[in-house]
Design a protein around this ligand. Structure first.
Ligand SMILES: *[C@@H]1O[C@H](CO)[C@@H](O)[C@H](O)[C@H]1NC(C)=O
Ligand SMILES: *[C@@H]1O[C@H](CO)[C@@H](O)[C@H](O)[C@H]1NC(C)=O
Ligand SMILES: *[C@@H]1O[C@H](CO)[C@@H](O)[C@H](O)[C@H]1NC(C)=O
Length: 346
């Protein structure tokens, strides 16, 4: 969940100037599509740095990174997209060398720029494609969570809040002759090409359709005489889903939607709830619309839910009574039976 720490890094995207290179996003994908590489470096002391790197296609992690060797880890059979092993190896070496230089820059200047151990540096690089527009590439560097440096229009720009230290680092990076051109090419050409190759290679997986399961439950009581109706949907893919509490054909405006949360298997979960007067809960239904359902919405009625609830309660009560009866009978029977069965032993 590395990416959760880095929203600020993604806030500002830098426009590539590759105007002639307009994108066409393959059919069946919602734009924008993006490929992002995140790296978090934890500098513990002057000789120990830990780093965590990962690659993400939208919200799906596709790559890991072995920081000691610099090796890419391909998390899916299609994680190489349509790049050859040679091209991937070249990229891997490029990143490894840059990573070492990057770490060295911090080590060498830690004292001068007053970086106090331990500190954390985060980077986010990648590209985003919008149909009919030039690709948008970005490189962001943050120190202790605040913006430090970015790459814009073929050169490094330090952010004002980074102060002198960011400016010093910018000058240092700008001295790596020729690298700016390479970064520009990576962002405006290599990254979009890789992204499109990934979408193509992973199409079957990325465009799969998995139906949601839906169920109802009462939520925590909002107060006397009121009910919280909760409609759960889980296990669906892709992420976009429409879930609404309805009375007949009328959408209930008080419907509260939770965040869409990830399940461990890459599918999604969402719950929507509605706070109502107990007397008004009957004839409410939860309606679920999702691309996997082929236009056949799932509709669950609260009435049925509560009658199912009553049936479940009735069954439970019956079972408890029967168990009680069985226990009583058994006890009764053993009491009467035991004296005679024990007699011969005594
Ligand atoms: C850095 O931290 C590691 C692990 O705690 C320790 O083994 C090492 O001696 C430290 N190095 C320095 C220079 O403080
Ligand atoms: C980048 O360059 C374009 C024109 O080439 C210019 O319009 C734009 O303002 C520049 N952006 C920055 C942040 O310098
Ligand atoms: C990979 O696919 C993209 C998009 O279809 C294409 O532009 C590119 O030429 C292909 N091959 C390589 C090696 O990038």
């Amino acid at each position: 969940m590395l990416f959760l720490q880095l929203p600020l890094l993604l806030a500002l995207l830098v426009s590539g100037d590759n105007e002639e290179n307009k994108n066409s996003i393959p059919e069946g994908f919602q734009e924008p599509v993006s490929f992002k590489v995140f790296c978090v470096l934890s500098f513990h002391n002057s000789s120990w740095v830990q780093s965590l790197g990962s690659g993400w296609l939208g919200e799906l992690q596709t790559h890991g990174w072995e920081s000691n060797s610099g090796a890419f880890i391909y998390l899916w059979p299609w994680s190489k997209g349509n790049f050859s092993n040679e091209e991937l190896m070249e990229l891997q070496n490029f990143f490894h060398v840059r990573f070492i230089r990057f770490v060295q820059a911090f080590y060498n200047h830690a004292r001068k720029w007053q970086f106090e151990y331990p500190f954390e540096v985060q980077t986010a690089n990648g590209c985003e494609l919008h149909a009919g527009k030039a690709p948008v590439g970005f490189v962001r560097v943050a120190y202790q969570g605040s913006d430090f440096l970015s790459f814009q229009n073929k050169s490094w720009v330090s952010s004002p809040e980074g102060g002198k230290r960011a400016e010093g680092l910018r000058r240092l990076f700008s001295l790596f002759g020729g690298t700016d051109e390479i970064i520009h090419k990576l962002l405006s050409d290599t990254c979009p090409r890789f992204l499109l190759g990934l979408l193509d290679a992973g199409k079957a997986y990325l465009q799969r359709q998995v139906r949601p399961e839906a169920w109802l439950s009462p939520g925590p009581s909002p107060g006397p005489g009121r009910l919280m109706l909760v409609c759960h949907t889980s296990g669906f893919y892709p992420k976009p889903i429409w879930v609404m509490w309805m009375r007949g054909e009328q959408e209930q405006q008080g419907t509260q939607r939770s965040d869409v949360l990830p399940n461990a298997d890459g599918t999604w979960y969402l719950q929507v709830s509605l706070d109502v007067e107990t007397s008004e809960a009957s004839d409410l239904s939860c309606r679920v619309r999702h691309s996997s359902l082929g236009g056949q919405d799932i509709i669950l009625y609260w009435d049925h839910h509560s009658s199912v609830g009553w049936i479940a309660l009735a069954v439970t009560v019956t079972l408890v009574l029967m168990a009680g009866l069985a226990f009583w009978l058994r006890k009764h029977w053993t009491h009467r039976g035991s004296p005679s069965s024990r007699l011969p032993l005594e």
